[in-house]
Design a protein around this ligand. Structure first.
Ligand SMILES: C[S@@+](CC[C@H](N)C(=O)[O-])C[C@H]1O[C@@H](n2cnc3c(N)ncnc32)[C@H](O)[C@@H]1O
Length: 267
């Protein structure tokens, strides 16, 4: 079982990111969606790095579904940072925008901080994307339309307005149902050598629930995330591999793996 492990020197009464830690550890289980425990702890590690290093800006997700990941992002943001979700909000006959808003509200996040764009990300150009975000994003989770053209488009949007130190996380890479997503990521990395993949989070559940994630940052920001992932997920680092010119960590979670919290200055 994955457990949270406090560094002994770091037990402030009010730990930064405590609400996000609690949500990713247990709270998210009540929200419909596709985020697995191991992936949530890898995302939490990125958010800890950003808090430690003062990396600021909105967090955005293309493909929110009911908000399983988006709520964790919301709980990790500061009051002046926006959270932006882009989705069609309709699957079949089900409209889930109200469910997302209810889930957001139920963890005590102000609805005023939730910025939702209803529509296909494919209709957003880089100018509209920048206008929607208002400031460069520090984290973009690409989890919308699972086609090569959409993944390529969403990656280009994400890279077009990314804050210094920001990260892009792409869901469902190396996925047998969506092999084109991996091609889109490889093409992006080969065309944009200033961006590098620094981690591949292996799948954790069956084919349709626990998709692998690829984590991408600008070349100069790779060391800060690489070091933190190795510190925070000590039993989960399998090896380093080669992918499209990058050498990402391969991270796979076994039942006895732990998530160590990154030491952060107390609030
Ligand atoms: C796998 S789900 C996302 C899961 C979610 N990130 C989570 O944490 O549970 C994919 C989502 O992408 C949305 N979607 C599909 N095509 C899209 C498009 N062209 N633009 C924006 N969102 C899209 C779907 O409506 C769906 O909510």
């Amino acid at each position: 079982m994955i457990e949270l492990q406090d560094p002994p020197q770091d037990r402030p009464a009010a730990r930064p990111l405590q609400a996000a830690i609690d949500y990713f550890a247990t709270g998210m289980r009540g929200v419909r969606g596709f985020l697995t425990q191991g992936s949530s702890f890898a995302l939490l590690t990125l958010l800890e790095v950003q808090r430690r290093d003062g990396i600021r800006g909105p967090i955005t997700e293309i493909g929110t579904f009911h908000g399983k990941a988006l709520i964790g992002f919301g709980l990790a943001t500061l009051p002046d940072e926006a959270v932006v979700g882009v989705d069609l909000f309709v699957v079949g006959t089900e409209d889930f925008e109200a469910s997302l808003r209810t889930n957001w509200d139920s963890v005590g996040l102000p609805l005023a901080r939730l910025c939702l764009h209803r529509g296909s990300s494919m209709e957003l150009g880089t100018q509209a994307w920048a206008a929607l975000l208002a400031a460069p994003a520090r984290l973009v989770h690409v989890d919308g339309e699972h086609t090569r053209s959409a993944a390529a488009h969403d990656l280009a949007l994400a890279a077009s307005f990314l804050a210094p130190g920001g990260v892009i996380v792409v869901d469902d890479v190396l996925h047998a149902w969506y092999p084109d997503i991996t091609l889109a990521v490889a093409a992006f990395l080969e065309a944009n050598p200033d961006f590098r993949a620094f981690a591949i989070i292996d799948r954790e559940a069956d084919l349709m629930r626990g998709g692998a994630k690829m984590m991408i940052a600008r070349r100069e920001d790779v060391p800060r995330y690489d070091e933190a992932l190795r510190f925070c997920l000590p039993r989960s680092i399998v090896r380093r591999t080669a992918f499209a010119g990058s050498t990402p960590l391969v991270i796979a979670f076994a039942p006895d793996h732990v998530k160590r919290l990154l030491p952060l200055a107390a609030r």
